[in-house]
Design a protein around this ligand. Sequence first.
Ligand SMILES: Cc1ncc(COP(=O)(O)O)c(C=O)c1O
Length: 439
Amino acid sequence: MIHAEGLSSAEVRAEDRRLIWHSWTAQDQELPLAVAGGEGSWVWDFEGERYLDFSSQLVNTNLGHQHPAVIAAIRHQAAILTTAAPTVAVASRNQAAASILDVSPDHFEKVFFTGGGTDAVENAIRMARGHTGRRKVLSAYRSYHGNTGISIAATGDPRRIGNEFATDHVHFFRPHPYRSSFWSESPEQETTRALEHLRQVIEFEGGESIAAVLLETVLGSGGVVPPTPGYLPGVRRLCDEFGIQLILDEVMVGFARTGSWWAFEHYDVVPDLVTFAKGVNSGYVPLGGVLVPGHYTQSFTERNYPGGLTYMGHPLACASAVASIRAMHAEGVVAHAAALGHEVLGPGLRDLRDRFEVVGDVRGIGAFWALEFVTGPDSRAPVPAAQVQQLGRSLLQRGILALIVANRLHVAPPCNITGRDAQRGIALIADAVSEVWEG
Ligand SMILES: Cc1ncc(COP(=O)(O)O)c(C=O)c1O
């Protein structure tokens, strides 16, 4: 176990509270855990206490912590070239693009690299708008696509002009059988009604004004909700009918998370643009990007593409992506994640639903699941926030690092977690649920 000497977890947490401004939270909070190091599916604090990482941090360490081949690739690249502008050609960037395109459908011919997921989504939208000459973007309620959009609107130089896009966003409801917006009684009915709803939104917004429909292939932080059967092919058909680009956001679900390279492979659909980040290199160095089809290049052959970032395609990040994808191939991580879903996580978590009435719904795919805690099977009302927070504390005390969102526990361990550790995690969740709701 390697960690910084001479520090205690309490000191690190107190310094964090004093010095770090935190995202998405009130600032008057001390974080529950200080992480000193990690390996595979485990992290440890400064006292050497070990925790099973059932969250993959923020659903990004698809290969777990400190994968030796990825670390070696970062070291190797650091010795050669640590940084380079997007205006020069770099071998590791080319290799990363080739590795990513190699696991993608043939019609994708280029990669636009970014520093993470948000900027990938921004650029996919920018591309779709530039390509179609239309402005509106339709996306789903409950979705999360990132946290910028303000900086370019605030920009005073002419780079702003091609980017005044913080308007023309329209939302619609996507299928969610457990919390249906359509009073559906079956997944099939949910598909039909959700597609009819989307058609109406398109018609009322004016199909000819819509550049893109943007969807998370599997709704992620909004609740891990896979699309109902036939939904994505139906969206594809609607997009084709109205000349709309289909952007699938795979920031959270790409690169083995759902048991395939891309989540859309499960659902019989090929999008026009795909965004990725997180699992592409397990977040060891920030990286994201957009898969771009060949014909998009023609829209920008003589026209300037109005987007760019200083650190796009950062050499260290790209070298780590090449090594990550190679490791995923060599270690069969994609098939392993699929088997985890079928054989361990799916059955194990459904068993919790059968055992505990408070677990209202269990859903997911591959190494990506959620449990919803409700006051009763009929009301489906979320349990009080204090109870879910208590669950988080109980899990941590038992040595499991979990992702709690609203009234849900999101289960997203590294895609290469052993079946045994996955089972251990489920058993710890069962103990914690029993403690919180059965006393
Ligand atoms: C589906 C999806 N898109 C975009 C983002 C934004 O990515 P980032 O936090 O890397 O900017 C996230 C982050 O969780 C996400 O889940």
